[in-house]
Ligand binder design. Sequence first.
Ligand SMILES: Nc1nc2c(ncn2[C@@H]2O[C@H](COP(=O)(O)OP(=O)(O)OP(=O)(O)O)[C@@H](O)[C@H]2O)c(=O)[nH]1
Ligand SMILES: [Mg+2]
Length: 437
Amino acid sequence: MAGVDAKELPKISEEDMEELTAAVGKGNLTEAAAKAKEALEMADKITLNIAVTGESGCGKSSFVNAIRGLGDTDDDAADTGVNETTMQPTAYPHPSYPNVIVWDLPGIGTPKFKSDTYLEQVGFSRYDFFIIISCTRFRTHDIELAQEIQRQGKKFYFVRSKADQDLTNEKRHYDEKGILKQRKAATKRPHQYSESAILDAIRENCIEGLEAGGVVSPRVFLVSRQDLRNYDFPKLQETLVDELPSHKRLILLRSLSNVSKETLEKKKQQLQAQIWRKSLASCAVAAVPIPGLSIVCDTTMLMMSLKEYCRDFGLNENALATLARQNNKLIAELKAVIKSPLSEDITKDLVIKLLTKCGAGTVKYSTYFLNFIPVVGSILSAAVSFPTTKIMLQNFLDAAAADALRVLEVVMEGDVSNREKQHKKHPSPLKGSNIGM
Ligand SMILES: Nc1nc2c(ncn2[C@@H]2O[C@H](COP(=O)(O)OP(=O)(O)OP(=O)(O)O)[C@@H](O)[C@H]2O)c(=O)[nH]1
Ligand SMILES: [Mg+2]
């Protein structure tokens, strides 16, 4: 199309374009917009139930808190370190995404919960997938449980907790230069301390035990409550998302902590896929003309969408304060790398300002859209409004994701310097950061 650079065009996939064209193709824009709104509302109602199980004291409650982005002492956190084992499934909704519920299940293998009746007792059908935690090797009842979960058609993930403690224990065998202190002929320990070798050995050991018990191709994720950006926690998060049915992916992703570049990227992509529906709904359902602009749209809905993006990427005062506290940073250090407005600064006026900025550039796109979607084109204001709101949402989403990435880089600098300090005390090959894991 003359005058429009294809690279500048609003990103709309072929699939979405087909769905959009089909949605409006029947000639009723209002109906198509209502359908888009309905689809968005349905997506918001999807629930996800995650079961966390394992032996007493292995770190179940700590994991429940970790996956909900909470510290163990935060309000709403599950109690940890107590000597009382959970005797019935306890629901812990995610504090910001209450449709995501993490369940702390009673330990298996106790007199009250035998392997063969356990799943029935804890309400198997409720859960989308299971996390089986151990802080030592996995035992027979863990294996029996996994096999039963598999037989009943659901997924499970083995998590080996307290990886940090294992490293601390191993370090005792090495001097301050990282050289093995005692050289028993029979020792399997390497001469030079190596964090990655220790972690690999633990993982291998767990896998061998599970295979010996009959689990086919087991995967084990090593995690530490103390350091969620390291070890296998980011990899676990990504795997959970990838293996969920596609309609549940967005809800899980939105609730996940921004611990890795990959999680941020996946979040952005999933949110991006919804933008055209948001645009369509906003410029045809409850749309009102905006004075001074040739567009009609629902500014309240757009404002809420921007605030949601901020929540998804941790760009609000509360989330930043928590992140700063957890990482011994000043909140100002985090804010210094943020370029887009925080949730608290998002108002209808700001939405109009952002639309105005996009508006001038998008008039040309309306002609483009007219070619594809003549019915939208028949309502001229919608033809302009749709690409304008779409580009505005897209720009904001891109900026929020880029901010979140810069914030992550700031807190990860801390990881590197902390680990370097450790390294000076106990020289060891640094395990790579999870960016790029
Ligand atoms: N160092 C370290 N300690 C951990 C980790 N995860 C849990 N802990 C500690 O281990 C202890 C037990 O953790 P919980 O999360 O309460 O374990 P639980 O499985 O819920 O225990 P019960 O509810 O009694 O069955 C607590 O003191 C935790 O702080 C970890 O990854 N690293
Ligand atoms: Mg507990």
